[in-house]
Design a protein around this ligand. Structure first.
Ligand code: SF4
Length: 461
C-alpha cells in the first residue's frame, strides 16, 4: 500500500468502475484499501442498465455514490430501448445515484453509428437537466463534437471524464466552467505534453479519477487499477501545482472540486425532489414550514432512508415539474406530496404538480399540517383540494393547548386554522384522514376520541 496514506483524511476518486467483474472477488478489500489510502469518497459511474443497478447496489452497501447512463459503446437495442430507459430512470431515483453518466460520444471505437450515439447523448443531456443531476461525459475521438453539443449553457455541472482534448478544446471547456477529469496516464514518464495540458486547467475545475479497473498510474501499470491509487495521481498533481503544498492539501482541494461537481458539498448540495418508500413515491417541494413540531425529523436529520431532503433553497417550479415529468411515476401506487416541509406553502406549484400526475393516471395524496387557511381563501383551498385524490392531515392533539405544546407554530391561531381546514376538507367530500405521531407525547386516547367526534379516521404513525 502507498506510504504515509493513513494520515490523509479526504480524497475523492471521481470515476471508478467498481461494478466491473474485476472487483467481484475482493470488492470489500478494495474499498477498505481506498479508505486506508485516504480516498474517503468514490463515485461509480455505469455503462448500461445492468451496471447502473449494480453500481447503485455497491454504492448503497459501501456508502459511496453512483451514476447511471448508457455509455456510447453500450447503447440499448431498439427492441428494448423504452424498457431499458425506464429501468435506468428507476436507478436514478435511488438515493445513492447523484449523476447521469457516463454518456457521450465515442468515434474511436464506433461501436454504434455517430447518429445513434448523438441521439442518446442528447437524451441524457436533457434528462440530467430535467432532474438537476450532474452530467458525466465520455469523449473519445469526439472531443470537438462533444463540446459542440454542449455549446448552450447547461443548468447542471458538466464533468468531462478522462479528457483527451487538445489545448484549444481544453481552453473552450474551461471557459464554459466544465470540470475536467484526469487519470493514471498523467503519471507516465513520456506524457509531458499531457501534463502541460492538465496544468492549464484552473485548480478549482480539476478532478481526479482512476477509471478503475483501467488506466493504472505508475508504478502500477500492467495491474488492475484501484481507487486507492487516486493518491498517486494526486501526488503528480501536487508536482504540477509547484510541489509546495502537502499531499493532504492537494487531495483536499481535489476532493472539494468533486464534491462541488457532483453537488454534494454542503454549499451546493442538491436535495432529492422525489424519493421512494415501498411502492409509494414522495414529492419534496419545500423545506419551509410554519410549525416546529417536537417530533419533526427536520430537527435532527437532513433526510430520510438515505435520501437528502433538506433544500438549501427550494427547487424552482420548472425543476419540480420536469423531475415529475421525467420519472416513470406510473409505476407507483400513489404520489404523495409530503416534503421535508409543508407543501401547501407552494400552493400553485402543488396544484400544477398534482394535475400533471393525475393527467398520467397516477393517484395523488396531500400530506399537510392543515394551516393553509391562514393564507388561502376558502375557494382557493377548495380548488387545491380538488387536485388530489386524498388528503392526510396532521392532527397530533385533542385541543389547542396540547397542539401548541407539541406543534408550536408561527401561525398565531394555528389550532383554529387547522379546525377550519378540516371543515373545508369535509365539505369538499375528498377521501381524508387525520394522523398523530405516537412518540409526540400527546394523549393518544383523547386524540382518538377527538378524531371520532370530528368523524375522521385516525392513523397513528
Ligand atoms: S408540520 Fe410537519 S414538516 Fe412542519 S414541523 Fe411539523 S412535522 Fe415538521
Amino acid at each position: 500500500m502507498l506510504s504515509g496514506a493513513d494520515s490523509v483524511s479526504l480524497g475523492f476518486d471521481s470515476h471508478c468502475h467498481l461494478h466491473f467483474h474485476h472487483f467481484d472477488e475482493d470488492l470489500a478489500k478494495v474499498v477498505n484499501d481506498s479508505k486506508k489510502a485516504g480516498i474517503s469518497h468514490i463515485l461509480i459511474p455505469s455503462i448500461d442498465r445492468a451496471t447502473a443497478a449494480k453500481a447503485a447496489d455497491i454504492a448503497e452497501e459501501y456508502d459511496l455514490y453512483s451514476a447511471a447512463a448508457f455509455h456510447p459503446e453500450h447503447l440499448p437495442e431498439e427492441s428494448t430501448e423504452e424498457r431499458d430507459w425506464a429501468a435506468l430512470k428507476e436507478v436514478l431515483l435511488r438515493s445513492c445515484t447523484v449523476a447521469v453518466g457516463e454518456t457521450g460520444l465515442d468515434f474511436h471505437h464506433k461501436t454504434f453509428a455517430p447518429k445513434k450515439q448523438m441521439h442518446w447523448f442528447r437524451k441524457h443531456i436533457k434528462l440530467a437537466e430535467a432532474l438537476g443531476y450532474s452530467l458525466i461525459v465520455h469523449s473519445r475521438g469526439a472531443e470537438a463534437e462533444v463540446l459542440e453539443e454542449l455549446s448552450e449553457p447547461l443548468s447542471v455541472p458538466v464533468i468531462l471524464h478522462c479528457w483527451g482534448g487538445d489545448e484549444q478544446l481544453t481552453d473552450t471547456a474551461v471557459s464554459r466552467g466544465f470540470y475536467i477529469g484526469t487519470d493514471g496516464p498523467l503519471t507516465y514518464k513520456k506524457n509531458s505534453k499531457y501534463r502541460r495540458l492538465i496544468s492549464r486547467i484552473p485548480r478549482d475545475k480539476l478532478l481526479v479519477e482512476t477509471d478503475s479497473p483501467f488506466l493504472p498510474p505508475e508504478p502500477f501499470r500492467g495491474k488492475r487499477n484501484e481507487p486507492a491509487y487516486t493518491r498517486r495521481i494526486n501526488m503528480e498533481i501536487r508536482e504540477l501545482w509547484g510541489g509546495r503544498m502537502s499531499i493532504e492539501e492537494t487531495s483536499y482541494i481535489l476532493w472539494e472540486n468533486a464534491m462541488r461537481a457532483y453537488r454534494l458539498h454542503p454549499e451546493n448540495r442538491r436535495a432529492d425532489i422525489l424519493y421512494k418508500y415501498g411502492d409509494t413515491l414522495y414529492v419534496n417541494i419545500t423545506s419551509s414550514c410554519q410549525n416546529n413540531c417536537s417530533f419533526c425529523i427536520r430537527r435532527t436529520e437532513d433526510g430520510l432512508n438515505g435520501y437528502f431532503l433538506k433544500h438549501s433553497e427550494d427547487p424552482s417550479d420548472s425543476l419540480v415539474l420536469s423531475t415529475i415529468g421525467a420519472f416513470p411515476i406510473e409505476n407507483y401506487k400513489e404520489l404523495v406530496f409530503c416534503g421535508f416541509g409543508e407543501p401547501t406553502l407552494r400552493s400553485d406549484l402543488l396544484m400544477k404538480s398534482a394535475r400533471a400526475a393525475s393527467a398520467r393516471g397516477v393517484k395523488t395524496r396531500l400530506n399537510t399540517n392543515g394551516l393553509c387557511t391562514s393564507f388561502l381563501r376558502d375557494e382557493q383551498v377548495a380548488r387545491l383540494l380538488g387536485c388530489f385524490d386524498s388528503v392526510s392531515i396532521s392532527l397530533n392533539a385533542s385541543g389547542a393547548r396540547e397542539y401548541n405544546r407539541i406543534c408550536p407554530s408561527s401561525v398565531e391561531d394555528s389550532w383554529e386554522q387547522l379546525m377550519k381546514f378540516i371543515k373545508l376538507v369535509k365539505r369538499a367530500g375528498i377521501d381524508s384522514q387525520v394522523s398523530a405521531v405516537s412518540s409526540s407525547g400527546a394523549d393518544l386516547q383523547r386524540v382518538k376520541a377527538f378524531a371520532e367526534r370530528l368523524q375522521m379516521s385516525l392513523r397513528i404513525r
